[in-house]
Ligand binder design. Sequence first.
Ligand code: HEC
Length: 259
Amino acid sequence: MKKLLLLLFALALAAPALATAAQPPQKQAWSFNGPFGTYDRASLQRGFQIYREVCSACHGLTYLKFRDLAAPGGPGFSEQEAAAIAHSFQVAAGPNETGEETDDNGVRLQRPATLADVIPSPFPNQQAARNSNSGALPPDLSLMAAARKDGVDYVYSILVGFVEHPPKGVKVKEGLNFNPYFEGQAIAMPQPLTSEAVIYADGTHASLQQEAHDVATFLAWAADPQMEQRKRLGFEVVAFLILFSGLLFLSYRKVWKGK
Ligand code: HEC
């Protein structure tokens, strides 16, 4: 009896937290799941297009260099394409000929990025990032698909999970948006994707689900760019071990023949 009361008491305490706990993410089928899964190149390229045209207004990818966009196992851009992409981003410049790092208004001098630069945050510092986002910090997305539980499904679900009118009885604070997949069910990010938010270069129809799927695929690669090489190596090691075991067995038979 005492135990039951304690349990009820604990439940009563936990109830408010349960009410706003995040909903588990929607599970999707991903081409890169499983021991032989690989990234879908076309989806990676479309995902990068979404990142570039939408997400890069607020989020950086500072664990990735522009060069990685042309590396094997990635979106498969050519080196020239990756260089042209880099050139369209601005990064903080070093001191100019007269040793200045800022212009007359105190704004940091900028230069076009190169293959060797990281994919930058659009904001010069965290304070500026918060000021532009009603106090919330848009996190770096490089490791987002690895950092959160069910990472890639989580990213997908957040992107498709915005609901214009929260359910009855749910109050969402000023400046936040209802999203059942985010902790607390209210997120400072305004809904970034809607149907036809971009016009895909490869002609794919840009539904909200397609866009979320593509950018989540791209962020899964960003968080684990070596995945394909790692899986291939694992496969080769296992194949070698099988072959080697066979050879060992044959030599064992030969050595012990007739004994
Ligand atoms: C207008 C600015 C803005 C744009 C554009 C934007 N975001 Fe965000 N994003 C934010 C802010 C601010 C947060 C932090 C929200 C919070 O803490 O409540 C955030 C949070 C997130 C989170 C949740 C992170 C967590 O901590 O769990 C994900 C995932 C995310 N953004 C992905 C994206 C993707 C993908 C895109 C492009 C399709 C995008 N965002 C576009 C501002 C933006």
